[in-house]
Design a protein around this ligand. Structure first.
Ligand code: AMP
Length: 298
């Protein structure tokens, strides 16, 4: 059976008109925002959207405002034809691929600043990154008008910030998270993995190893956040042999460090810098007494 290619939409008004038509027909519209360079992680989010919704829109937009000076905006993988084929195979309805000038109109000076959780973890080394993410999402949400948007837990801090933004601005959008999709050896899939040299690729699984070691210690009963973070940092450094930008234990509700680990959700997040790429990964656990199980942030 040959599946039709998704409708390619570049124009905001056309996108809005399409979405309004779906709503008039009582169809639920699902949305998965991406920057392209699609992999199984992205596809898993689309499958969730397809399960929950009648129609699915995937945006492919490499957002300049979330890249800092000297970051990889120019070399970020772009291959619309390849991505469109993957969307067609999956049966996605619309690929929304606006030009930068369509999203950020000339004279666009309106800038939204959430002011929550944006200056720590990834935000500390990438100042302005999460404001860039929030600002593009406000514009994409208004263009796509989705009922539901699906994000990946791979970007845990982003997911929490987006949730906060949607709650704060009262967007009538249900948010859903998809769990991290990994390569068989544990490395979290990422469009940026393509930058890694063969040797770096081999060492990069140390990041997952460090997270697993901390999860193991947690399951074995260790509850001292300082000791757990120190274990993670040491493991990441030893195995990945890279600069450990951060390895932190956090309360998802506040994105702050817990003084003690009790019942509830715990986010363990880390970032390492290798020569050719910066990699992030995380584990989320639900702790109930002695029971420790993997969980979604929401
Ligand atoms: P990006 O194209 O990197 O901006 O990512 C688009 C969406 O895909 C975001 O919600 C990411 O969190 C999600 N994503 C990226 N990598 C993965 C992965 N390995 N597993 C699940 N979701 C992912």
């Amino acid at each position: 059976m040959k599946i039709a290619a998704p409708l390619l939409v570049e124009n905001i008004k056309e996108m809005q008109a399409w979405s309004r038509e779906q709503r008039t027909a009582c169809r639920r519209v699902g949305f998965v925002p991406t920057m392209g360079g699609l992999h199984e992680g992205h596809l898993s989010l689309m499958k969730i959207a397809m399960k929950h919704c009648d129609r699915v829109v995937v945006s492919i937009f490499v957002n300049p405002t979330q890249f800092g000076p000297g970051e990889d905006y120019r070399k970020y993988p772009r291959d619309l034809e390849r991505d469109m084929k993957l969307l067609a195979d999956l049966g996605v309805d619309v690929c929304f691929a606006p030009k930068t000038e369509a999203i950020y109109l000339s004279g666009d000076v309106g800038k939204f600043e959430l002011g929550w959780g944006t200056d720590r973890l990834c935000g500390a080394s990438r100042p302005g990154h999460f404001d860039g993410v929030s600002n593009v999402l406000v514009r994409l949400f208004n263009a796509v008008l989705p009922d539901e948007a699906v994000f990946g837990q791979k970007d845990a801090q982003q997911a929490l910030i987006v949730k906060r933004m949607v709650d704060t601005l009262h967007f009538p959008i249900d948010l859903t998270l998809g769990k991290i999709v990994r390569e068989p050896d544990g490395l979290a899939m990422s469009s940026r993995n393509a930058y890694l040299s063969a040797a770096e690729r081999e060492r990069s699984i140390g990041l997952f190893g460090a997270l697993k070691a901390v999860g193991g210690a947690l399951s074995a009963g260790e509850r001292d956040p300082g000791a757990l973070a120190a274990l993670g940092r040491a493991k990441a450094l030893a195995v990945a042999g890279a600069e450990v930008e951060y390895f932190e234990l956090l309360e998802p509700a506040t994105l702050g460090a817990p003084s003690r680990i009790g019942d509830g959700l715990l986010l363990i997040a880390c970032a390492i810098k290798m020569e050719r790429a910066r990699l992030i990964d995380n584990h989320v656990y639900r702790i109930e007494g002695e029971n420790v199980s993997e969980a979604l942030l929401f």
